[in-house]
Design a protein around this ligand. Structure first.
Ligand SMILES: [Zn+2]
Length: 313
């Protein structure tokens, strides 16, 4: 089976040092395994996304020679697929409409004596499982316990054995929001399957989404890819480096240097001597860039694809 990997940035700003780590890791994984690499623009959260940021991200990737094997897909043009998936889940009795406002959810939790906060989000108490009681539907939620207790276990290629009881730790999560926008979880699961993605390599901040996505894959009868979550780059305040805490746009004027920083964060060694040394004055910078990428691809293969090496040996 051909390995298909992907990098899926949100076009809310340019690539920064943190997002490059995930981009490079997914590219190296696909290349090391003689697979294909796709770029998917995750612009479901449309009010925060811009065409300018998308163009900038694609230019940055091109400057780093991280070229996708197919033209990038945009989630904003794939609503019909998400609609069809939501319909299938609804027909299967796994989705229900929710009329609750954020305030009502907080009130219900307080009344029940629980105020379980998780990443600033409340665990939905399941109020509308019993029906809307005449209130208008706002959002659509996945019923996490419709098919028994959803204790999901999976093996992360870097983090090892993982597990999450989605009902208890997350609650019935939203698939379509009150403002009509598609939730990230549904879009990602539908897109990964539609694009034949076999191996997801992405930042560790997304590891917590994996159980929800596996639950949706099972509910929709879709295959589950393998997962490898890359280490986060932290800002000076100890938080994950992000556009929100002012991460600087990645400087791609010295591509090998920019990639070397990301590669070191992935625990990969610098290319020997020449490639990095000549970067500033090279008359043929393209050559040293491609040499460096070949070097890191082999280093990635040694570190993360041991079975492939031993079957070849
Ligand atoms: Zn509700």
């Amino acid at each position: 089976m051909t390995v298909i990997g992907r990098f899926a940035p949100s076009p809310t700003g340019p690539l920064h040092a943190g997002s490059l780590v995930a981009a490079l890791a997914s590219w190296l994984d696909a290349r090391a395994r003689r697979g294909r690499w796709l770029v998917r623009i995750e612009d479901v959260d449309t009010p925060r996304c811009s065409a300018q940021a998308e163009a900038q991200i694609l230019q940055q990737l091109a400057a780093l020679a991280l070229q996708p094997d197919e033209p990038p897909e945009r989630q904003s043009s794939r609503s019909a697929l998400y609609e069809a998936a939501l319909q299938r889940l609804t027909d299967a009795g796994l989705v229900y409409p929710c009329a609750c406002t954020r305030k009502e959810i907080e009130g219900a939790l307080r009344a029940a004596g629980v105020l379980h906060e998780r990443h600033g989000e409340r665990v939905y108490p399941g109020t509308c499982r019993a029906g809307l009681q005449g209130r208008p539907a706002r959002a659509w939620r996945f019923h996490t316990e419709a098919r028994g207790t959803p204790a999901i276990e999976w093996q992360d290629r870097r983090l090892g054995a993982q597990q999450q009881d989605v009902a208890r730790e997350v609650g019935d999560f939203v698939l379509q929001r009150a403002d009509g926008l598609w939730a990230y979880q549904l879009a990602v699961v539908v897109d990964d399957a539609a694009q034949g993605v076999t191996d997801v390599v992405r930042g560790e901040d997304l590891a917590d989404n994996t159980a929800r996505q596996i639950l949706l894959q099972r509910a929709l009868g879709l295959p589950t890819p393998t997962y490898l979550h890359t280490p986060l780059v932290l800002a000076a305040d100890g938080q994950k480096l992000s556009k929100q805490n002012g991460a600087a746009a990645l400087d791609t004027s010295q591509p090998v240097a920019a990639l070397a920083q990301a590669a070191r964060h992935l625990g990969l060694p610098d290319p020997p001597g020449s490639a990095l040394a000549v970067r500033a004055s090279a008359s043929t910078p393209g050559a040293s860039l491609s040499d460096a990428l070949i070097w890191w691809t082999a280093a990635w293969e040694d570190r993360w694809c041991p079975t492939r090496r031993s079957t070849l040996a």
